[in-house]
Design a protein around this ligand. Sequence first.
Ligand SMILES: Cc1ncc(COP(=O)(O)O)c(C=O)c1O
Length: 391
Amino acid sequence: MGVLDIYSASSNCFFRTSSSHTPLTPGSAILGNKNRVVSMASVQPVDHQVNDGQQQVTGDSFIRPHFRKLSPYQPILPFEVFEALGSLKFPYIYPDPESRRLRAALAEDSGLEAKYILVGCGADELIDLIMRCVLDPGDKIVDCPPTFTMYEFDAAVNAAGVIKVPRKSDFSLDLELIKDAVEKEKPKCIFLTSPNNPDGSIINDDDLLKILKLPVLVILDEAYVEFSTIESRMQWVKKHENLIVLRTFSKRAGLAGLRVGYGAFPLSIIEYLWRAKQPYNVSVAAEVSACAALKNPTYLENVKDALLKERERLYNLLKDVPFLNPFPSHSNFILCKVTSGMDAKKLKEDLAKMGVMIRHYNSKELKGFVRVSVGKPEHTDILMDCLRRFY
Ligand SMILES: Cc1ncc(COP(=O)(O)O)c(C=O)c1O
């Protein structure tokens, strides 16, 4: 896999492939497969240039030699995605309304046939689409806060009521209360998130099977499943007529800006979603990028492995901070209770002044909590240096 490294020197942009440095001038292009860089304009040599018999000094000759050897910044996107976007053949033609290429690639990736899969403009679109197909005004959904807030938002847009069944203090689901709520309130659907946003807890098979036995449509949101050690339940939709599983490229492939999500649906449900979805909900660029990302499973696995390793290190370091109580996470973030009289909002603001951004929550269930994203080792180091200034 080619990782694209980008840095600039003068007005040129240098793209480093795994084997060599190739300067890319503004008129150059990246074409074809395997990191081929084709220059369409003159290429400037990096070192001294000879002009009219005179030696000219270039700026980078002033840079300390060991600096010139340092690895440059690496963008999140795999090279293949840039390459695919740069060589779009028909960006001006409407996309395939059935996203067949991407659904075929997803079938291969998930082991679930394409006929069970529908693609959307992010998982967000699919959440709304499901509600539009299922809920009449006045119908109810079950929501288990603290969790992703779009379920509540879309329910309101679709004029549905929200029955809140809060999670327990360790953020696990309260199965008894869910059962009671389904029996008493007769909701049409329940939204479950595994791993959950914001705490990263997962739902085990037993609990999920218990909920699937209830007379309610279960929407299992697996936006972060790639960061966990559990398998996706996409295949389960073949056995459970009341299960929908949602996933996204926003997290697993870092493609949030391109807006591609997907869902696995029982056949008895998916045909109605096809009728209701906007015809061109997934753009040409989004489909091409997602296909390119799937072509490189090794890259995605490597990113995941690096993240899991760093998550463990970050978790252990946060445990030693006297005013933080981190929760074990199966996702790419760690939720922490702020303790010892320290104010969570002030902590977030103080860290921001030092250039470190963390998330602070204001909701009833998350008063006094902050959430830290797992980054690279150097990000963890900077965060820890900043936190140490408080004790
Ligand atoms: C649990 C969960 N589901 C879905 C989404 C939205 O995903 P997408 O970017 O594919 O719309 C998010 C985004 O943060 C999320 O946290």
